[in-house]
Every structure is written in C-alpha cells, then in structure tokens.
Design a protein around this ligand. Structure first.
Ligand code: 2PG
Ligand code: MG
Length: 413
C-alpha cells in the first residue's frame, strides 16, 4: 500500500477537548481516523501526549501534529503491506515501552488510518476479520444508561450502570431494547427528582442526584420491567474503583470500607440484582482482591479488567488469575496490532473480551468494526444518545445489513 499524503489536524472530542485526527491519501481516496480520550484513566496506560501550553488549558495536541508531519515523510518513502508491519515501524520510531516519545495518541491515529486505507473499498470489519482469521460477529451492546463517578459529579461512586440486552436475537432488537429502557429510565428519574434528573453525563447516561448504588439499580430495573424485558435484559457495572480508593479503603455509599467488606458488598449486590459483568471492582494494583472476587463470581458474572490490565499483554498475563474478561481500549496501548495481541492473550487465558469506547469520544466509529471483526461478542458504547455514542450503534446497525449475526452472551468458564 502506497500512502501519498498524510494530513493531521486538531479536532474536538465529545467533552470539547482537543484530540488528533489524521487523513491518509491512498490512490486518491481519503481514509480518516480520530483518537478518543479517557477521564478515569489507568496509571499504566500508554502516554497521551498533550502540549501543556496555555492554549486549551494545556490540552492542545500540536506536538502530536508535529510528530505526524515528521513521520509522514518516512512513511511516504516506504511501502507497507500489513498492519503488523506498519505498527512495527511506528513502535520502532517511538522506541519506548510507554510511547512517551511520540505519544500513544500520535501512533493510534496513524495505526487506525492505516487500517482504513488497507481495507480500501472493502468493509473495514471484513478486512480486519480476514487478517485475524475470524468470522465476523456483531457484539452485544453494554449500554451505560446511568452515569456516576467521574463522569457525572453526583454522590454515586460506581461510575457506570449498564443494561445488556442478552435476550436480543439481532443487533437492531438489542438497540431498540436499550433505547426503550433508556427513555423509560429518563422519564421515571424526571418524575421522581425533577427535570434536571434527565441531564446526562459524559457517556450519555442520565445523572440523577442519587445517594447510593442500590437506588440506581432499583431505578434502572424498574425501567427494564416497565418495558417487559426482565427476562431478556441483564445489568452490568463499571465500578472504576481506583477513583474511590483512599489509602487502603474504599469510600462508597457514604462509608469507608475495607477490601474484604467491598468484596461482600459486591456479592450482596449480585444476590439482589442480576448483574453479569463487573468491571474494575478494586483499585488498579489489587491483583489479589480481583482474583478472590473472580473466583467467587465464577459462573455467575465476569470480572473485567480495565485500569488493571490497560489492554497491555504484559499486564494481562500478570492478571491471569485476577479477571475473567478484558476491556479492550485501543488508546490504552497505542496501536491496533498490540490491541489484537491483547485480545489474543486474553482469549488464550479463557477470558471474554469487551471492546470499549472512552468517556471522551469522537464521531469515529472504528470500535464498532473492530468489535465485529474480533467476534468477541461485547462492546461498551455508552447510552443510545449523543452523536459520538450513537455513531457506534449506527455503524453496527449498518453492518447488520450485510447479514452479520449477533454473538450471544456466554460467561467465561
Ligand atoms: C472506563 C471508561 C469508558 P474513561 O472506565 O471504562 O467507559 O471511562 O474513558 O473515562 O476511562
Ligand atoms: Mg472502566
């Protein structure tokens, strides 16, 4: 593949912060990719390079643009045939384990734009699946309908409350179920707490003034029941517990509790609500506590590593007994090939894989094609509202028109 022009630009993400977008010209066609950005980021994530200058309160990405321009000269002088070869070149140019020289955001924009260029006129998911030797499958949406933690600014400590339409037969049916529950939930919250309770957090979920986790789960389950979905829908949580960890204890529902008490808290919650997935239940270095809970919940719910594992094969292997599922975020590691390696490592451990958006997103729906190509069966994409979130749902609806089937949910063994 011959890339004839590379154009980087600074655009805005869904929080209004700058981010990098890159255009590749290949045979007179333009292929574009943009980089997302997290708020509750893991300490071990690859480095997101920002300018640190007064412009945009330090969040500008002009440095990444300068790096892309320099790399562009070298890239245009070469011919690349595979994603691995291209990403290998990028990694060699950076040369650091954390991508701190060029920035994971610089590398990712290039890596994703390359994948689009490589697919050319072919559907992106089909081209990726071919390289992975997989049969594409649509993922089940994990829809964050109620936001807490860093994404909302309410007393709720758990960051994400998700509904999962496990009984849906198609992605369109899954989308309809999620949307109906979302609107019932919004209506119920507004009736109970007033108009401002329908305001939304960073990922499009409502952010009502709730005091504790059970209130949130009760409100959501009521909306599920109102739509007659109690047999076809399950719940999922992303605790993002590093955010409420304070020197050995966790501050949740107005109390400081020990790791052992937090474990019991999750088990009690599981007894009462039918959650099938629990992400980051402990602080990002708590491999042992993660492992205890994974064992206790085996066969009932998957325990997902996000800040713990940061899409990094090395951390995933370290967490081999700590989790039963991987949250896969391309910008945590920086290139598509390394994300594939992370998924492969997780699969080799018998884990499930969930592809995920970031709380700061763009209109780019790359992850929809990625989750389909990986045939991992799970995608975390926020509420069915706000353009940067619906872009992902809508791309999956288009992919369904090609006859790609939805993969059904199953727990890891
Ligand atoms: C998470 C994500 C995405 P952020 O914690 O899983 O939902 O949030 O992008 O802020 O890290
Ligand atoms: Mg998370």
């Amino acid at each position: 593949m011959k890339i004839t022009a590379i154009t980087p630009r600074q655009i805005l993400d869904s929080r209004g912060n700058p981010t990098l977008e890159v255009d590749f010209s290949v045979q007179n066609q333009v292929y574009r990719a943009a980089v997302p950005s997290g708020a509750s980021t893991g300490t071990h994530e690859a480095v997101e390079l920002r300018d640190g200058k007064p412009a945009y309160h330090g969040k500008g990405v002009q440095k990444t643009i300068a790096h892309v321009k320099k790399l562009a000269k070298k890239i245009k002088a070469k011919t690349f045939t595979t994603q691995n070869q291209f990403d290998g070149f990028l990694l060699q140019q950076d040369g650091t384990p954390t991508k701190k020289k060029l920035g994971a955001n610089t590398l990712l924009a290039l890596s994703l734009a390359f994948a689009r260029g490589h697919a050319g006129k072919k559907r992106l998911y089909a081209d990726l699946a071919e390289a992975l030797k997989k049969t594409p499958r649509l993922p089940l949406p994990f829809a964050n309908v109620l936001n807490g933690g860093r994404h909302a600014g309410t007393p709720l400590k758990i960051q994400e409350f998700m509904v999962v339409p496990v009984g849906a037969k198609t992605f369109s049916e899954a989308t309809q179920m999620v949307s109906e529950v979302y609107h019932s939930l919004k209506k119920d919250a507004v009736q109970k707490f007033g108009a401002s309770a329908g305001n939304v957090g960073d990922e499009g979920g409502i952010a009502p003034p709730l005091q504790n986790t059970r209130q949130a789960l009760d409100l959501i389950w009521r909306a599920v029941e109102e739509n007659g979905y109690s047999q076809k829908m399950a719940l999922a949580l992303d605790c993002a517990a590093s955010e409420f960890y304070e020197r050995g204890t966790y501050y949740v529902d107005g109390k400081h509790i020990t790791p052992a008490e937090l474990t019991q808290y999750y088990l009690d919650l599981h007894g009462q609500y039918r959650f099938i997935s629990l992400e980051d239940p402990f602080h990002e270095e708590s491999f042992t506590e993660f492992g205890v809970l994974t064992r206790l919940l085996r066969g009932k719910a998957q325990v997902v590593g996000d800040d713990l594992t940061v899409t990094n094969p090395r951390r995933i292997l370290q967490a081999k007994k700590s989790c039963s599922a991987l949250l896969l975020k391309v910008n945590q590691i920086g290139t598509l090939s390394e994300s594939f390696a992370a998924a492969k490592t997780a699969e080799s451990l018998g884990w499930n894989v969930m592809v995920s958006h970031r709380s700061g997103e763009t209109e780019d729906a790359f992850i929809s094609d990625l989750a389909t190509a990986l045939a991992c069966g799970q995608i975390k994409l926020g509420a069915p509202a706000r353009g940067e979130r619906t872009a992902k749902y809508n791309q999956l609806l288009r992919i369904e028109e090609d006859g790609v089937k939805l993969k059904l949910f199953s727990l890891p063994h």
